[in-house]
Design a binder for this molecule. Structure first.
Ligand SMILES: NC(=O)c1ccc[n+]([C@@H]2O[C@H](COP(=O)([O-])OP(=O)(O)OC[C@H]3O[C@@H](n4cnc5c(N)ncnc54)[C@H](O)[C@@H]3O)[C@@H](O)[C@H]2O)c1
Length: 297
């Protein structure tokens, strides 16, 4: 997708931080944007911030964990703006419980918002995006914590973000024939409300403050800049949208460590070779489709 004018986007967690940055960039590029968020106060603030865009921005209160509400939001989006072209599964929370101490409630909460919300968005919106045949793009917000290992207190978060990356990479190849791109958004630190998100989702019993991470991140990249990178990533059909170049060497180091752990080269048997060759041919075919979409949206 090269042109965003008159395209329709749906963004979860769109009323604050990165979601709002993506919404603003899309609106300025001429798209119509539905902003869905669980927090009434964030929605009211975003409505005021985006007032200049008039009817091009529409707001829906939504908890991404609520599957029926997600389907209703999909219907409302189509009723208000027509076919959906861009889906940003972006709503997310942190949860600063050390991974070794986490209980079922902790795991259920973060998996249901970060991973469950992404899955719910895909199940509710993708059939319509495929059916209209105009092509489109899905951006799933992962993190650098979905690429490189994290400290113990970010382990639950990291688990969800690795899962979002796995989901997105497979979905990307699966959707290549129908001209719907998929990008995994992997920001580094961005100046948002993420560090206080858990307090809002569970006012009682949230994790204690950690000295290892600041509650505010005014020093970090601004969400609007992330929004611009997301638009560029959609235009380029990028598998990954990275925002912070300084992680490059750490990622190279990690992949070198992984490669170093492989046993010496060995020949697959004929049966294995046939299966693996077929898989590689299929992936190559799908990558070629992504590089040369039949009908550019
Ligand atoms: N800020 C960072 O440094 C950073 C880095 C990497 C990835 N991320 C990811 O970016 C995404 C956006 O976070 P952010 O940093 O902009 O934080 P944020 O808290 O400013 O914005 C997230 C928005 O999601 C909403 N939300 C939370 N739970 C929800 C739910 N169940 N249903 C609907 N909306 C919900 C919140 O109300 C909030 O408005 C998250 O997935 C986060 O994990 C953030």
């Amino acid at each position: 997708m090269k042109d965003f004018a008159n395209k329709t986007a749906f963004i979860t967690g769109g009323a604050s931080g990165i979601g709002l940055g993506i919404a603003t960039a899309l609106l300025e590029a001429g798209a119509r944007v539905v902003i869905a968020d669980i927090e009434a106060a964030h929605l009211a603030e975003a409505k005021a911030t985006l007032a200049g865009h008039g009817g091009a921005a529409h707001f829906i209160p939504l908890d991404v964990r609520d599957r029926e509400a997600m389907h209703r939001a999909a219907q409302e989006t189509v009723q208000v703006f027509g076919h959906v072209h861009i889906l940003c599964n972006n709503a997310g929370t942190g949860l600063a419980v050390p991974i070794e101490d986490a209980g079922y409630e902790d795991w259920d909460l973060i998996l249901s918002v970060n991973l469950g919300g992404t899955i719910n968005g895909i199940v509710a919106f993708l059939p319509g995006m495929k059916a209209h045949g105009e092509g489109g793009h899905i951006v799933n917000t992962s993190s650098m914590a979905g690429i490189i290992p994290c400290p113990s207190w970010a382990g639950l978060y990291s688990t969800t973000k690795f899962a979002i990356r796995g989901l997105s990479e497979t979905l990307r190849l699966s959707l290549a024939p129908v001209n719907i791109g998929v990008s995994t958004l992997c920001p580094g630190m961005v100046d948002t409300r993420i560090m206080t998100a858990e307090r809002r989702l569970r006012p009682e019993g949230h994790s204690p403050d950690t000295d290892e991470w600041p509650q505010k991140m005014e020093f970090a990249m601004k969400p609007r800049e992330v929004g611009e990178r997301v638009l560029e990533g959609i235009r380029r059909q990028s598998a990954f949208i990275f925002t912070h170049g300084y992680f490059r060497e750490e990622v190279a180091e990690l992949f070198a460590e992984i490669l170093a752990e492989f046993p010496p080269s060995s020949e697959p048997c004929a049966e294995e070779k046939a299966i693996e060759d077929a898989r590689r041919r299929d992936i190559a075919k799908r990558k070629a489709m992504l590089a040369n979409p039949a009908a550019p949206a």
